[in-house]
Structure formats: C-alpha cells, structure tokens
Design a protein around this ligand. Structure first.
Ligand SMILES: C[S@@+](CC[C@H](N)C(=O)[O-])C[C@H]1O[C@@H](n2cnc3c(N)ncnc32)[C@H](O)[C@@H]1O
Length: 204
C-alpha cells in the first residue's frame, strides 16, 4: 500500500487523541449521512481508523465494525475507548487492508487516501471487499486543489521520517478513481473550498 512506516503515527497517537476535530459541524454531518447507509445488519470495515472515534460512533448502529490502522499506538487507544464505551462489536486490528477480511456492506476511508502511494489500488480493493450494493465512504483532503501554500508544504510533508505521503490529488481525480473501481457516486460533498471531499460510492 505504502512504503512508509507507522513511526510518525505511533508518535502522534496520544496527541491525535487529544486534538479537537477541525470542523466539528462537518464531521457530524458526515456521521449523520453515514448512518443513512447502515443498520443493525450491516458489517462495516474501516481503513486507517486512527484512535477509533468514527468506528466507536458507528458501532452501536451496526452489527459489526472491523477497523484497522498500521500504527499500534492508535489501535491501543481505539481499543481502550471501545472498552470504556462497553462496545463488543468493534474489532480494532493492527495492519492495513490485509487484516480487513471478509465482505462488507460499508467501508470507510477517512483522511487516509491522500496519505498512501496508490489510492486507486486502495479504492479498488475496498470496492472488491464490498457486497453488491455496498458503499465506500471516504473523506479526503484533495491537496492538489489547495493552492500555493500547500504546494510549498508538500515536499516537507513527504519527508521520509514523517511517513506522510500526501500524493496530491484533485477532486476530479478522486471521483475518477471511484468510477474506475466500479463505484457509482451517490453523494458528493465538500463543505468548503479547501475542505476534505466527502464521497459515497455504491457498488452496483
Ligand atoms: C490522518 S489519520 C486519520 C485517522 C482517522 N481515520 C480519522 O479520520 O481521524 C491517518 C491514519 O491512517 C493511518 N495510516 C496511514 N497509512 C496507513 C496504512 N498504509 N495502513 C493503515 N493505516 C494507515 C495512520 O496510522 C493514521 O492513524
């Protein structure tokens, strides 16, 4: 998926857990929209779940959620939070796609597709893990659309120790990658000009 290591994210985990969500209103709107596509029979997968906030919110509304992150410190926090919430249907696994086995009704990729070398492969693999009619839900910073400041920052973000590889993508490219993976875009929302693109695609 990516040659980069989880070193940076392991280092970040406790800080990430404490940091407030940048745009709480948009995040809540995305969660509310997500709930329209799940129910108590739904099996959900999530790649790059971080400290598990989204999975923990979704879990009471679905049959099962299996969420992965390659940073073990992120997963340790997610497990701690799930236990504190008394959840028994949220399974947090250290790893990437390979630990998300089986088929899913919904698959989440939030704030990760801009970090990997090969978002098209990830989207295609997520699509292959979806049952017919299942949905891929992603929120992605389209850094290629973000203007001069981000273009100056990009070489630093790609610095090997950081393990961040925000391969610049445009909104147009994101949508094209969904379509190439056989996903029909049924919801397409960007809360602001530089905000992350929220896409829901259905496997028909
Ligand atoms: C920006 S955080 C987003 C976390 C969470 N999805 C959220 O929206 O808050 C990116 C997460 O993706 C994870 N990650 C990055 N590359 C990954 C990979 N190749 N496989 C699995 N997880 C990865 C990082 O460890 C980190 O927790």
């Amino acid at each position: 998926m990516t040659a980069k290591t989880p070193k940076f994210w392991n280092w970040m985990a406790e800080r990430y857990a404490k940091s407030p969500i940048a745009d709480e209103a948009s995040y809540q709107a995305k969660l509310a929209k997500t709930l329209e596509y799940v129910d108590q029979n739904t099996r959900v997968g999530e790649l790059g779940c971080g400290t598990g906030s989204t999975a923990i919110f979704i879990a009471p509304h679905v049959r099962e959620i299996v969420a992965s992150d390659f940073a073990e410190n992120m997963i340790a926090i997610a497990r701690r939070k799930a236990e504190a919430a008394g959840l028994t249907n949220a399974d947090f696994r250290v790893g990437s796609m390979e630990v998300l086995d089986g088929q899913f009704d919904a698959f989440l990729c939030h704030s990760i597709l801009h970090l990997v070398h090969n978002p098209q492969d990830i989207i295609a693999e997520a699509s292959s893990k979806l049952k017919p009619g299942g949905v891929l839900i992603s929120s992605t910073a389209c850094v290629a659309d973000m203007g001069v400041g981000m273009k100056i920052l990009l070489p630093f973000l790609r610095w090997p120790w950081l393990g961040l590889t925000p391969y610049a993508r445009t909104k147009h490219e994101m949508r094209a990658m969904y379509r190439k993976a056989g996903l029909e875009i049924i919801h397409d929302w960007q809360p602001g000009k530089k905000a992350a693109l929220f896409l829901i695609g259905r496997k028909n």
